[in-house]
Design a protein around this ligand. Structure first.
Ligand SMILES: Nc1ncnc2c1ncn2[C@@H]1O[C@H](COP(=O)(O)OP(=O)(O)OP(=O)(O)O)[C@@H](O)[C@H]1O
Length: 254
């Protein structure tokens, strides 16, 4: 239904998301900040990408623009062939709801709902029935089976993060964006979240893009993209924690 109403770009075959010359300027006059200074980047379908870079380099801004949570000052963003600037507010809301999963550090769980109700909320809103087998698999792999009746206030920070992760995965959106998805987790819980994001890509062909400061987390990705001062400055394929650390050191010395 939606496909008929929005512009699609035939050049986007195999591309899950693309930013073209994206600029984001905050403020005006002397206080202007060029958070993104003309970013060109593509994310292939069924690939796991980590975005890294120093604090203030524009990582969160880029992710928010890609995910349709913020609008670029100029340039264009395309999600699976849909140009975001061509969408009305309503179409943008539908696209976020139906095609994008979010795992952000501020978990945005609804405090009055149980963990299970939070996990299925996006599907409930969309009038979709969860695939019970997949729901069970996600909940089990994230170690949440015994916590489904708990409200967020009765869960640890790590458990809340895992509920947010389950919520992003359960509808099998074509692309999942994570802003520091393991930022508040101990290494064991963080590993579980990264394992399931990896499985979403490898086993289910979803696309994952995360922002992280952690070379170990980024080493789960197929590709690491490095941002500095609002520009993409480098990238690494098939990264290891060591190769990421080396690259980060090299970039700091430029
Ligand atoms: N709402 C805003 N208003 C003004 N400036 C902003 C706003 N949001 C971000 N910035 C600025 O834009 C730049 C990029 O910020 P952004 O949060 O994208 O960086 P980041 O790489 O994600 O940083 P961190 O690793 O510290 O989270 C920074 O200089 C920041 O101060």
């Amino acid at each position: 239904m939606m496909g008929a109403m929005v512009e699609t770009n035939p050049a986007s075959d195999g591309i899950a998301a693309r930013a073209t010359n994206v600029k984001k300027i905050y403020g005006s006059g002397d206080t202007q900040v060029h958070a993104l200074a003309g970013v060109d980047v593509e994310f292939k379908k069924a690939e796991f990408t980590a975005i890294m870079g120093p604090s203030g380099s524009g990582k969160s801004t880029l992710m928010h623009c890609l995910a349709g949570l913020d609008s670029a000052t100029s340039g264009s963003v395309d999600i699976g062939g849909t140009e975001l600037t061509s969408l009305s507010d309503k179409q943008m809301t539908q696209l976020r709801r139906d095609r994008i999963g979010f795992v952000f550090q501020a978990f945005n769980l609804v405090p009055t709902l149980t963990a299970l109700e939070n996990i299925t909320l996006p599907l409930d809103i969309a009038g979709r029935t969860p695939d019970q087998e997949w729901l069970n698999a996600v909940v089990d792999r994230l170690g949440l089976t015994n916590r489904l009746d708990h409200r967020p206030s009765e869960l640890s920070g790590g458990q809340q993060q895992r509920v947010a992760c389950a919520r992003a995965l359960v509808g099998r959106p074509e692309i999942i964006f994570g802003d520091e998805p393991t930022g508040n987790l101990d290494s064991h819980s963080g590993g579980e979240v990264l394992d399931i994001l990896r499985a979403a890509v490898t086993e289910f062909g979803q696309t994952v893009v995360i922002v992280t400061h952690d070379p170990r987390a980024a080493s789960y990705a197929d590709r690491v993209v490095f941002l500095s001062d609002g520009h993409i400055v480098d990238e690494l394929r098939d990264p290891t924690a060591d190769s990421i650390i080396d690259k980060m050191k090299a970039l700091e010395n430029i």
